[in-house]
Ligand binder design. Structure first.
Ligand SMILES: *Cc1c(COP(=O)(O)O)cnc(C)c1O
Length: 231
C-alpha cells in the first residue's frame, strides 16, 4: 500500500510540475512520518521518498535506532522546544521548523558546543495565523540578513504551512508569496545563507504548491493513510 501510494504521489507531483513547465526532478518528496512506526517509515524509504520529516523528538529518538530513516536525509519539521534542542542538533540533517529567535540562539549554542554546522530552514507563518508559530515575511528577511551572527548555522531554505483551505486553490496566493520571499533571499549574498529548498505543500495541496514553485513537498496522509490519533 505504501509503495503504491508513494508511486501515485510521485506521479501527481510530476504532473503538477509538467503543467507548470517545471522539471519534476527538481522537486523532492519528504515523507511526513509522524505517528507512523519504524516499519511503515522503512517501507516509504524503500519506495523511494527523498527524505523523512519527523515532528516529535520522542518519536525521532525511538525510530532512529530502529533504522527507520536509514538511507535518506532526516528533517525535523515539528515545533521544537528549547529543552529538546540537544537531542536534535547534529542528529538530523535539517531543522525545518525554526520559528523564533530564541530557538535560533539555542540551536547556535548547541551546534557550536558540538563543533558542527547545523542546516536550518526558517518557518514562515505565511497566513499570519495566531494559532501558528513562525516568522512573518518581514522578520524572515531580517533574520536572513543577520545570519552572519550565527556561525554554527547555515540557512538552507524556507518552510511554510499555510492555513487550512476552505476550497481548492485557496492557498495558492500564500505559496506564491513564499516563492517571492524565497527568490528574494536567494538572490542576496548573506553570510551563512545558501538557500536551495522551499519546503511547502502537504497531502491536500501539494500540486498547488508545486505550481507556485515548491522544491520540497512534505506528505504524510497520502503516503501512510489517515493518522490514528486514538492510538
Ligand atoms: C503532518 C505534517 C505534514 C503532512 O501532513 P499531511 O496532511 O498528512 O500530508 C507536513 N508538514 C508538517 C510540518 C506536518 O506536521
Amino acid at each position: 500500500m505504501i509503495r503504491e501510494n508513494v508511486q501515485r504521489v510521485r506521479e501527481q507531483m510530476a504532473e503538477a510540475a509538467r503543467a507548470a513547465g517545471r522539471d519534476p526532478a527538481e522537486i523532492r518528496l519528504c515523507a511526513a512520518t509522524k505517528m507512523n512506526d519504524a516499519e511503515a517509515v522503512r517501507q516509504a524509504v524503500e519506495a523511494g521518498v527523498d527524505c523523512c520529516g519527523e515532528n516529535r523528538v520522542q518519536e525521532l529518538v525511538q525510530k532512529l535506532p530502529q533504522g527507520a530513516y536509514d538511507g535518506v536525509p532526516l528533517h525535523f519539521i515539528g515545533h521544537l522546544q528549547t529543552n529538546k534542542v540537544r537531542q536534535v542538533v547534529g542528529v538530523v540533517d535539517v531543522i525545518e521548523s525554526v520559528d523564533r529567535l530564541e530557538l535560533l540562539d539555542c540551536i547556535q549554542k548547541e551546534a557550536a558546543k558540538k563543533g558542527l554546522v547545523q542546516d536550518i530552514f526558517l518557518e514562515v507563518n505565511i497566513g499570519g495565523e495566531a494559532s501558528k508559530s513562525g516568522f512573518t515575511v518581514e522578520e524572515a528577511r531580517e533574520v536572513a540578513a543577520k545570519m552572519g551572527r550565527y556561525p554554527a548555522l547555515r540557512l538552507r531554505g524556507l518552510m511554510a504551512i499555510p492555513p487550512i483551505s476552505e476550497k481548492p486553490g485557496d492557498n495558492r496566493r500564500y505559496f506564491a508569496e513564499m516563492r517571492n520571499l524565497f527568490v528574494d533571499i536567494s538572490g542576496k549574498t548573506y553570510d551563512n545563507v545558501s538557500m536551495d529548498c522551499l519546503s511547502m505543500g502537504m497531502s491536500d495541496d501539494f500540486p498547488d504548491a508545486i505550481a507556485e514553485g515548491s522544491t520540497m513537498v512534505r506528505v504524510g496522509t497520502a503516503i501512510f493513510g489517515p493518522r490514528n490519533y486514538a492510538k
